[in-house]
Design a protein around this ligand. Structure first.
Ligand code: G4P
Length: 289
């Protein structure tokens, strides 16, 4: 997606904050989309402050690529904080049937309050927020009915805002809030890069692969070891660069003079990791885990 090239600078962040704040006046619940593999790194450091009193629903997206037990741990983690979190896969649609009932549950008091005011069929509204590449457009495409709701008769709605109908009683703002990650944290940067949320061509792919291999060396998955016909003890004590060379050698990635093409090996590692070939790997666990 083009979004992932967004350069976050203070002016841009202020503008985005203001845009989200003004949209908040129109909506009843904020839906934050996170990457289930990296719920910390894919979250926005300022969101709680930004949305203050609005209720929030968390979607742990790309759960098809995350470790199932870890995703369940995240669901409990949020639950303990009074936040409903739902694992979803916006590519296949898995888990999305839980979305509307969850929003209705979160907003049940509000629905009742509206009905008490004499509004027969109240319609409440949601807004989607998330960092680039987390799956906002995929979610919006999956969940929205094809027809857009009319805006003309909605008092207080800025011209230009469009609403998607998602059920008889819920509408969704068509433009999601694009948030920034906590990019001054090195680990956050690495995890975003590993999962492909940051484009590879702006990074040193070999260095990135060495960082990823350090993880695989200390916590190898069966799938990873099998793919390269390795044993855990073959790699555990290697320097990450040597591990990268070993992977390249295993795949016959040689360049002239018998040297290993480590850049090709690095690219291969990320292609296979992101394709789920190393198993379902969650990179971040809740603190108590
Ligand atoms: P954004 O609007 O937040 O920027 O994200 P977008 O929906 O464009 O999704 C970014 C990428 O993540 C897309 O891949 C999309 O298909 C993929 N994606 C979104 N949700 C899921 C999910 O639940 N599971 C998996 N496995 N992938 C998901 P892409 O590489 O841009 O396109 P493509 O691979 O689909 O062709």
């Amino acid at each position: 997606m083009e979004n992932q090239n967004i350069q976050w600078f203070p002016g841009h962040m202020t503008k985005t904050k203001r845009k989200i704040q003004s949209s908040l006046k129109l909506i009843d619940v904020v839906v934050e989309i996170l990457d289930a593999r990296i719920p910390i790194s894919s979250s926005n450091p300022d969101l709680s402050e930004l949305i203050s009193s609005k209720p929030k629903l968390v979607l742990l997206n790309k759960c098809d690529k995350a470790n199932r037990a870890a995703t369940n741990m995240w669901v409990s983690y949020y639950q303990k904080q009074g936040i409903r979190a739902i694992p979803v896969d916006c590519k296949s649609g898995r888990g999305l049937n839980k979305f509307v009932p969850a929003v209705r549950e979160i907003l049940s008091d509000k629905f009742e309050a509206q009905k008490a005011k004499g509004i027969k069929n109240p319609i409440l509204r949601v807004m989607i927020v998330g960092i680039p590449n987390v799956g906002k457009s995929s979610f919006i495409n999956r969940i929205s009915k094809q027809t857009r709701a009319k805006v003309e008769d909605r008092p207080g709605v800025t011209r230009g805002n469009q609403w998607y109908t998602i059920s008889s009683d819920l509408e969704m703002l068509d433009t999601p809030g694009v948030l920034w990650p906590k990019f001054d944290d090195n680990q956050v940067g690495l995890h975003l890069a590993f999962t492909g949320a940051i484009k590879d061509n702006i990074l040193d792919i070999e260095l990135l692969a060495m960082n990823f291999l350090e993880l695989m060396q200390s916590h190898p998955t069966e799938e990873f070891l099998q793919r390269f016909k390795l044993k855990a003890e073959d790699i555990v004590d290697l320097e990450p660069y040597d591990a990268l060379e070993l992977i390249g050698r295993k795949r016959g990635m040689l360049i002239s003079g018998g040297e290993i093409d480590t850049e090709r090996a690095a690219n291969l590692i990320f292609d296979e990791y992101r394709d789920g070939k190393f198993g379902l790997i969650t990179l971040e666990y809740p603190e108590e885990g």
